[in-house]
Design a protein around this ligand. Sequence first.
Ligand code: NAD
Length: 248
Amino acid sequence: MLLEGKVAVVTGGTRGIGRAVVEKYLEHGAKVVLWGSREETVNKAVSELKSQNSSWEVSGMYPDLTDAKAVEDAVLAVKEQYGSIDILVNNAGISHSTPLYNYTAEDFDKILKLNVSALFYAILPTAKIMKEQGGGVIINTSSMVSISGQTSGVGYPTSKFAVNGMTISLARELAKDNIRVNAVAPGVTKTDMVAALPEAMIQAISATIPLGRPGEPEDVANAFLYLASEMASYVTGEILSVDGACRV
Ligand code: NAD
């Protein structure tokens, strides 16, 4: 048990990578508050997890991540209910592969708002709580496209480059408060987000993965477990690639 008694918030925790992180943290003794976009999917995820293991301490919330006040209120409600927030995983995100000439300003603003601004909205009140309690861990979800860019859908890689910048900068700023800030950069991982990409794009990417397969959500969740645990006590400001050495 690497996270015994820790309190974790995981955004986008209802499915995909976030859901795998929630399960991994619960298996390792954390109390987890999973956040999702809709009441129905959040309640379904929580009840499925409780039926998987009735001793797991898991609950759910569905604040609008693009509303700074709603996010702050949700963070304060977690602190009120659990007494602390030890781990914040900013995982919710959206992707578009729209070519530039079909892109709109609204598309661009929407992706930046959820993939970048929402992280800031969650980190600000949480970091204040972590500072007061003597430390904590923040882990953001980046992407392999934060290293290589991508050939279509400019808003998504732009957002993930920004996630890396936020991660590295806050790691340096918050180290004095014993708050570690890292990111995990998944490669092609078998979730709904990948299923939504054009088939030709999935095949082209899969063919270039040196380890010969796409990642499973659990491959990525293992990195989130390591970074949240004391095993990573001297690791901060790191963008940890979990991508089978894919560099497209
Ligand atoms: P997914 O689509 O399966 O899950 C996305 C999660 O984000 C869901 O829980 C959803 O409820 C939540 N979400 C989406 N829009 C939201 C909104 N407006 N408000 C609140 N929550 C919202 O995707 P995934 O593949 O598990 O992606 C999770 C993270 O991993 C994302 O940040 C994504 O950019 C990143 N990522 C995924 C891959 C991949 O290949 N799957 C690769 C690199 C990075």
